[in-house]
Design a protein around this ligand. Structure first.
Ligand SMILES: [Fe+2]
Ligand SMILES: [Fe+2]
Length: 276
């Protein structure tokens, strides 16, 4: 069986619609879509204009992310031989990835049922495969920082925000689904934090490359004030849960800074476009 399986060959049935990430975020129903001016710039709450569509699209995005997280963790079990080389992994890392596969498979089932509960059809929103693409990195440490720390770290922020949204909306199904998946995601992010530190203990350059990859992914998904710590950010940075997942206070501060910078960059771009 081939190693580093290409993203364009992932198996999907006819319900799924694939778009690139920029196209997907231009869907006006999403929280970051071009028609979302009424939603961006404030926390997601049941009273926000367009909140039901924003919540449904966010959870559909999480659903396809769960499929890709399952595929990515499965590939990490397969793509690397056991050993100490830079393209090899300890057997225990494969065991962690196998456990993650089981969790993500369960999250897929929870997400399908939750989507149905929220009135969403599978494929109603598009799928982009950025998570799986990050899971194709040839260096296993970069895979775990890009996927487990950056993207599943984002999943912690989204699940925590959506759990609060479920509480405020008086929807216990949404609230408890988010809570159960959140508990697993904290574990997955912690796996990323632990393996990053273990595998790069004697290799500061590799650690820095991995953290750089994580910063790039984090910046991409903080774009335009999507995630942050102010009242203007629809998705709130979940500090306490990130600490439980092995992030230091300095790392969380840096992430908050990346989010602010991403917002400033987006505003500068918008001002430039408006003046043209
Ligand atoms: Fe998950
Ligand atoms: Fe996960």
């Amino acid at each position: 069986m081939k190693k580093i399986f290409p993203a364009d060959q992932l198996a999907r049935d006819e319900r799924f619609v694939r778009l690139d990430t920029a196209e997907r975020f231009n869907d006006p129903r999403t929280i970051r879509g071009s028609g979302s001016a009424g939603r961006m710039g404030r926390q997601l709450s049941p009273e926000s204009p367009g909140a039901p569509d924003a919540a449904r699209s966010l959870m559909h995005g999480i659903f396809v992310g769960e499929i890709q997280a399952l595929e990515g963790a499965g590939r990490t079990c397969w793509d690397f031989d056991i050993g100490k080389g830079s393209d090899e992994v300890p057997f225990e890392l494969k065991l962690d990835m196998a456990r993650q596969c089981w969790d993500e498979a369960r999250h897929c089932e929870i997400s399908v049922k939750l989507s149905d509960w929220m009135g969403t059809e599978l494929g109603e929103f598009a799928e982009s495969v950025f998570l799986y693409e990050a899971a194709c990195n040839p260096d296993p440490v970069l895979r775990l920082t890009g996927v487990n720390r950056a993207l599943e770290g984002l999943a912690i922020d989204v699940f925590n925000t959506m759990r609060e949204f479920g509480t405020k909306a008086g929807d216990p199904v949404l609230e408890f689904c988010e809570d159960w998946m959140l508990a697993d995601e904290v574990t997955h992010v912690k796996m990323g934090s632990d393996w990053l530190r273990r595998l790069t203990a004697d290799d500061p350059e590799r650690r820095e490359r991995a953290l750089d990859f994580q910063r790039t992914v984090d910046k991409l998904f903080s774009l335009g004030g999507f995630r942050g710590e102010t009242d203007e950010n629809p998705i709130q940075l979940a500090r306490k849960l990130r600490q439980m997942a092995g992030f230091s206070t300095d790392e969380i501060d840096e992430l908050a800074e990346i989010a602010l910078q991403a917002k400033a960059d987006a505003e500068a771009m918008a001002a430039g476009a408006g003046g043209a």
